[in-house]
Design a protein. Structure first.
Length: 229
């Protein structure tokens, strides 16, 4: 039986437009803005990502990588196909209303076996985010999704949440939780937490302890660059 628990921990949001964690938030890049990142995963895995905003309300991205690319793994196992990310800002945040985003994310994380990633991709998702004026920013996000990876769980539906706490424009801590209703290998849900830094609002870095409710947690590094076309 799954433990129905929400963990209330902070999450960092670089320039309030992207998240270093696994789960999406209801913020988009600005028009003409792009973001390139490299994620260092377990088992020598690397995941490259590139996102760009065509409009203020619409952004697209592509991801690709694999396992065993770095380190002493015996063989390189590339993902079967690139992942895509598409997000549309349905409602921009105001003093009273939260922001809302509808999107598609087909990229999961870590190894790919038996028709699924170890951490499943979100698939179709809908998220709501509200900002509170605490320190440099305190954001609360909740969302619902249906993954396309249903080889072991036909339902595919899940609920997730995160809280974002910026201590300063340069430093934040973060955490996020998903019930993992669509994942029989994560009976206690999925909980991640970590720290994040940015430099001159262009270069960013995060370190995450992931899947802390399982028997063995995962350490992930994420570095990237953000600019304008």
């Amino acid at each position: 039986m799954k433990k129905i628990i929400f963990f209330i921990f902070p999450v960092y949001l670089f320039s309030l437009s992207t998240s270093p964690g696994d789960f999406p938030i209801a913020k988009n890049l600005s028009r003409g803005e792009y973001k390139f990142g490299i994620r260092f995963q377990k088992k020598g895995g690397l995941l490259f990502s590139l996102d760009a905003a065509i409009l203020d309300v619409f952004s697209i991205g592509i991801r690709y990588g694999g396992i065993g690319i770095v380190g002493d793994e015996k063989a390189i196992e590339l993902y079967p196909s690139p992942g895509v990310n598409v997000s549309y800002l349905l409602l921009e945040e105001s003093s009273f209303l939260p922001s809302m985003v509808l999107g598609i994310e087909t990229q999961g994380f870590d190894e790919y076996t038996n028709g699924r990633y170890f951490i499943k991709s979100k698939g179709i998702f809908f998220v709501i985010t509200k900002t509170l004026p605490v320190l440099a920013g305190f954001l609360i996000t909740c969302g619902i999704n249906r993954t396309f990876e249903t080889s072991d769980e036909k339902n595919g539906m899940d609920i997730f949440s995160s809280i974002i706490f910026k201590f300063s424009p340069e430093f934040s801590i973060f955490g996020e939780y998903a019930f993992a209703f669509n994942d029989p290998t994560h009976n206690n849900g999925i909980f991640n937490t970590g720290i994040s830094f940015n430099l001159e609002e262009q270069f960013f870095f995060s370190f995450t302890l992931r899947d802390l409710l399982s028997e063995r947690s995962i350490r992930t590094f994420y570095v990237g660059y953000k600019g304008y076309l």
